[in-house]
Design a binder for this molecule. Structure first.
Ligand SMILES: CC(C)(COP(=O)(O)OP(=O)(O)OC[C@H]1O[C@@H](n2cnc3c(N)ncnc32)[C@H](O)[C@@H]1OP(=O)(O)O)[C@@H](O)C(=O)NCCC(=O)NCCS
Length: 176
């Protein structure tokens, strides 16, 4: 598993089977998945891991496992994906994050994402990164704001029915 980044408290690595059980458990947490249509089954999490690993193989970057540097505990993920839907801002690169509930409130998501954006600029040569979430997901939007991302116009997620409570999304962008 490749070491991607180190921060003061965290280590970011490419996904590895050692993290799969923790990843599956995180995606089953109701509160973690509150702003997604549903928690993920084990099968769905394993398919997601395939997407993460294939994205890494195809373009050289992806979502990364975020571990506590002091003891290698799996906390969650942060990193980049290519959205799989059409919208006025796609194709694009998206930065995203998801952490086990017990690790929220420590600044880990912002610390990991700050390092990812620096890496995107300096190592990956990306020029622009987007982020989006449900208009109700204030904790995720707060991370976007702490990263210095700029709010764009809201959009309706094309994979959700217009009447679904999660359809309306905020959109942020940062030029690197
Ligand atoms: C979105 C998510 C990653 C945010 O996690 P988070 O821990 O709130 O985010 P941060 O890393 O920025 O931490 C900020 C919090 O840590 C606190 N904190 C404690 N120590 C800190 C430190 N050393 N440095 C910075 N912040 C610190 C801050 O005060 C803040 O607390 P608050 O939420 O009570 O105001 C988390 O809620 C999550 O995983 N949600 C589920 C998945 C999800 O919705 N992902 C986004 C979908 S697009």
């Amino acid at each position: 598993m490749a070491l991607i980044l180190k921060t003061e408290r965290l280590v970011l690595r490419s996904f590895d089977p050692a993290f799969y059980d923790s990843f599956v458990a995180m995606n089953k947490e109701e509160e973690v998945m509150k702003y997604f249509p549903a928690p993920l089954s084990k099968e769905e999490s394993l398919q997601f891991i395939d997407r993460i690993n294939n994205h890494y193989k195809d373009v050289g970057f992806s979502l990364y496992a975020v571990l506590l540097a002091s003891n290698n505990t799996f906390l969650g993920f942060t990193g980049f994906m290519t959205p799989s839907f059409d919208a006025f801002f796609t194709p694009c690169i998206e930065i995203g994050w998801r952490f086990k509930k017990e690790y929220w409130g420590n600044g880990y998501a912002t610390e990991a994402a700050t390092a990812c954006l620096k890496y995107a600029k300096e190592q990956l040569g990306l020029k622009e990164v987007f982020s989006f979430t449900s208009i109700h997901n204030k904790k995720s939007e707060a991370v976007m704001q702490k990263l210095g991302m700029q709010r764009q116009e809201n959009f309706e997620h094309p994979k959700l029915d217009k009447t679904h409570w999660l359809c309306a999304h905020v959109l942020y962008v940062i030029q690197l």
